[in-house]
Design a protein around this ligand. Structure first.
Ligand code: NAG
Ligand code: NAG
Ligand code: NAG
Length: 380
């Protein structure tokens, strides 16, 4: 181990050692804009909607053409992203936790001497919690989110959400957005749901080098920005929940992304597999247990818009959320915080020129809570 490595490891453990995992949401309340000196301002700078910057219409050839068709080539990433990564590494902001090795659907493993539960690695696959990452919802709240879209199963989900006046966060896969632009448009422009990052090609991210992580996150951010009138995503969820100190630092320090995991998992993704890990009945039993149980820690249930079966699992459980009085809030709006780095939500103003301006305030907590669905009355 080099001297520099030792210093970085020490610095890393100093940050993580003293903070115990907390069941509370730890996001900064009402924080709308990142600091002026965060690289995301430069990397994703655009004009406001209606100014001279034009975005190609979603689904057109011009819209898709600049994006990689598959796994991003690390040799042709935008130089500004690479420069921002190198600067963050140089500033000691990216721990040099070793890249893990994937093994065929099994949990990624680290080299000998690197315990995934240690503060050096802190792998979310192994349920190690890094303060600032989002695992839990506030008391009495179900944070709604769906992974892996857009997919052919998505339209039914979108109609169901719209029918029930519900909003959710969609952790979208970049290449799926390229493939199903109409569904993207329904989620964002028709339903006014929140769009977040689920990487470009859905890999185990801890098995990827820093440059590969950069490509997986950066292209998805840029495609979402270019498809939402300039909105810069604020949240990402690692595929398989697989992140660690290094990966989440690249997400945060280069792209300003907050890492979102979950606190309950139905395994609904497996319903469309040849050998499902669970049956629909078992999922409903689990859901019933969570939704009729104590409300002191809110729920973030991992759910997928991956197959008709996974969508049905949500639709079947939904009435229990309502009848048991759970508040339903899009994950990106938990804690009454804005859903994007430069915009409150899908309909509010985009403020790219104002980033970091402390005089621009988001709606206050009380304003927004009255605007949100609560209890059961709106959805009857
Ligand atoms: C995203 O949109 C901007 C503004 O229109 C454009 O300059 C950029 O080339 C687009 N990105 C890609 C990869 O097409
Ligand atoms: C949404 O509501 C319409 C009209 O009531 C109904 O025809 C449709 O089946 C509903 N779709 C879903 C997925 O709930
Ligand atoms: C977006 O935010 C505004 C407040 O800025 C609020 O009035 C509106 O209902 C929100 N829309 C959605 C879809 O959340």
């Amino acid at each position: 181990m080099s001297c520099l490595t030792a210093v970085l490891l020490l610095a890393t453990s100093a940050v993580y050692a003293t903070v115990a995992p907390t069941p509370e949401v730890t996001l900064p309340l009402n924080k709308w804009y990142h600091e002026y000196d965060h690289p995301v301002h430069t990397l994703f700078k655009r004009g406001a909607v209606g100014d001279a910057i034009s975005y190609s219409a979603v689904g057109t050839p011009e819209w898709a053409t600049g994006f990689p068709p598959g796994v991003p080539d690390t040799a042709s990433l935008p130089q500004a992203w690479v420069d921002a990564l190198n600067a963050a590494v140089k500033a000691g902001k990216i721990p040099d936790t070793p890249v893990s090795t994937g093994s065929n659907g099994m949990n990624p493993v680290y080299p000998t001497g690197y315990d995934p539960m240690s503060q050096t690695v802190c792998s979310s696959t192994y349920k190690c919690v890094i303060p600032g990452d989002l695992w839990n919802a506030p008391a009495g709240v179900v944070g709604l989110s769906f992974d892996d879209g857009p997919q052919p199963a998505s339209p039914q989900l979108y109609q169901f959400l719209a029918n029930n006046s519900e909003h959710a966060t969609h952790f979208f896969i970049g290449t799926n957005i390229l493939e199903y632009p109409d569904m993207f448009t329904t989620a964002f422009a028709t339903n006014h749901d929140d769009i977040a990052v689920h990487t470009w090609t859905h890999p185990y991210m801890t098995t990827k080098t820093n440059l590969e992580v950069l490509g997986e996150l950066g292209w998805t951010m840029e495609l979402i920005q270019n498809s939402t009138g300039g909105r810069v995503p604020k949240y990402w969820r690692p595929p398989y929940g697989d992140s660690d100190t290094r990966v989440r630092a690249v997400a945060k320090e280069v792209f300003g992304l907050i890492t979102v995991i979950w606190n309950q998992d139905t395994d609904d993704w497996s319903l469309s597999e040849p050998h499902p890990a669970v049956s629909p009945e078992e999922i409903q039993q689990q859901m019933t247990q969570w939704l009729t149980g104590p409300k002191d820690t809110g729920l973030i249930i991992l759910e997928h818009e991956l197959s008709d079966q996974s969508v049905k699992a949500f639709m079947d459980a939904y009435p229990l959320m309502v009848s048991n009085g759970w508040k339903r809030i899009s994950v990106a709006q938990l804690d009454a915080s804005p859903a994007y780095q430069n915009s409150w939500n899908s309909t509010s103003q985009v403020n790219p020129a104002m980033v970091g301006n402390p005089t621009i305030q988001p709606p206050t907590l009380s304003d927004t809570s009255t605007a949100k669905p609560s209890g059961t009355s709106e959805t009857g």
